[in-house]
Each structure stands twice: as C-alpha cells, then as structure tokens.
Design a protein around this ligand. Sequence first.
Ligand code: GDP
Ligand code: MG
Length: 290
Amino acid sequence: MVNNRAKNLHWFPGHMAKALREVEAKCQSVDIIVEICDARIPYSSRNPFLSQVAQNKKRLLILNKADMADASVTKAWLKYLNTSEQMAIATSLSSARDLKVIRHSIDLLSLDKRERDQKRGMKNRPVRALVIGIPNSGKSTLINRLAGRKKVLVANRPGATRSQQYIKVDQYIELIDTPGILPPNYDDSQVALNLALLKAIPMDILPLNDLCEYAIKILVTQYPDYLTSRYGETLNGLTSYNDVLLAISKIRGYLPLGADNFERAEKLLVVEFQNGILGTVSLERPSNDK
Ligand SMILES: Nc1nc2c(ncn2[C@@H]2O[C@H](COP(=O)(O)OP(=O)(O)O)[C@@H](O)[C@H]2O)c(=O)[nH]1
Ligand SMILES: [Mg+2]
C-alpha cells in the first residue's frame, strides 16, 4: 500500500514538462544521444517521455552500474533493448575496457553522419553527443572518464536561451557540457520503490518499512543465499518480514529495543542493499509488459 503512505511522491507535471523542454532544446544541437540508465532497473531508471523529445536522433543506451547487476539478467535486457533505432550496451564506468566500448559505439552510431559530412565536403567534423539520464545514473562520471585530462572547451555557440558549450573528448567526439537531466518518473509506486532501493532517488521519499519489505521480498524470492551469507545461517529458510528482521536484530545486537522495533535492522538492510553489499541484483527483467 505504498500509494497511500508515500510521503513526497508529487512530481508536478509543470516541472516534468520544463525539464523535458530543456532536454529537447539540447537535443537540437547534437548528432547523437547517449542515454544512461541503471542496469539493475532499465525500465524504472528511464524517463518514458524521452522518446518524445529526442525523435530522429541515433541513440546509444548505456545500462550502467552493470557491476552491481545480475549478469544474466543484463544479458537478457541487452537482447531486448538492442533495436534498429537504438544500440544498447552494458557498462561499469570504472572499467577502461567498457569506456573503449562506449567510444567504439559512438563511432559506429555516427558513421552515417560522417558519410554525410564527407559528401558535403566537411571533413573531420566531430560527432556531438548529449549525455542524458536521470540523476545518479552516472552522467558526470561518464563525461569525466571520457574526457579525462583533456577536458577542453571547444565551442561556445549561442543557443535560444543560453550559450552551449562542448567538451572535447578526442579528435572525433564532443560532448555537450551540461548533461540532460531527465526527471525520474515516480508517479508509479513500483517505479518509485525501485528507484529508492537503488539510490536513484533519496530513500526518505518513501517510508522505510515499505522499502525494507520490498528488499526482503526480493531477497527471499530471488537471492535467498545473500541473506545467509551476509547475516548468518540463522536466516536460512526465514521468509517473513518479522522473522528476517528479528534474526538480523539479534545477530547485530540491536535488541532489546522492544521485540517489535526493527528500525535499526530495517535501516541496515536497506542501506546494505542499496550499496550492493549483499550481492549483485537486478530488480527488473525484460518482459512483454515492460
Ligand atoms: N558501482 C558503480 N557505480 C557507479 C558507476 N558509474 C557511476 N557510479 C557511481 O554512481 C554515483 C552517481 O554518479 P554521477 O556520475 O554523479 O551521476 P549523475 O548524477 O548522473 O551525474 C557516483 O557515486 C558514482 O561513483 C558504475 O558503473 N558502477
Ligand atoms: Mg552529475
């Protein structure tokens, strides 16, 4: 019953519309879009309105933080998300190899553009990319890792409302300097739970026990070994909210707080889940209704 208890789940349509207008304006001045989402929740961490504001642009979809996701599920997502309009790859931004894959993918996506340029006699015009995604998906990390020490301002073009600046990655690629921030779409309470459990939105937006209940449900149904390997064999076979939290409270010495006060154990479990301490997880799987 998250809907009734959710505290701050009001995303005003006006804010959403304004953010999307800003992204739309940025899209005008680039050749391709690099959209970045969370590999553990490729559905919940994408804004469904992006396709409306970024039409007719080639798109690279990056399933980031793949190091924290269930590898077999990520593989299934890639198969599902790779389409003729969109190239999908999975990355971990601390990996040098994955950064190479990103560059290579941008190269592939800009083949048409380079051919067009050549026909028009314009040689070596770099491909311009807008990095876009919801907060905390890894936009800044990606830009910094790609640009590295060579972070140079290469253009200052007057736009409709303010000037647009580009960061030179290398001879071939330029990134727009401010990433397009897409608002998370947390009208849907399931999406909000996914976002909060993976730190894509602040966890205090939702009641702690809703988050914890959801985490326990995922763990006992999909990753039962994680509970025992993190908190001990006494959790083996426990599936109910109370049983799991009581066991964790005992093991961690959080009792006596009163037998039904599990707040410390709830916090511990949610924070450890969020930080990937329990193990790699995927909260969403590709299916026909996604
Ligand atoms: N585990 C992991 N963490 C990442 C990865 N990419 C980014 N992060 C972390 O995610 C957080 C948000 O990244 P940031 O670049 O600030 O996201 P932004 O809000 O989209 O600009 C930071 O703590 C990053 O270190 C990744 O591939 N794997
Ligand atoms: Mg950022």
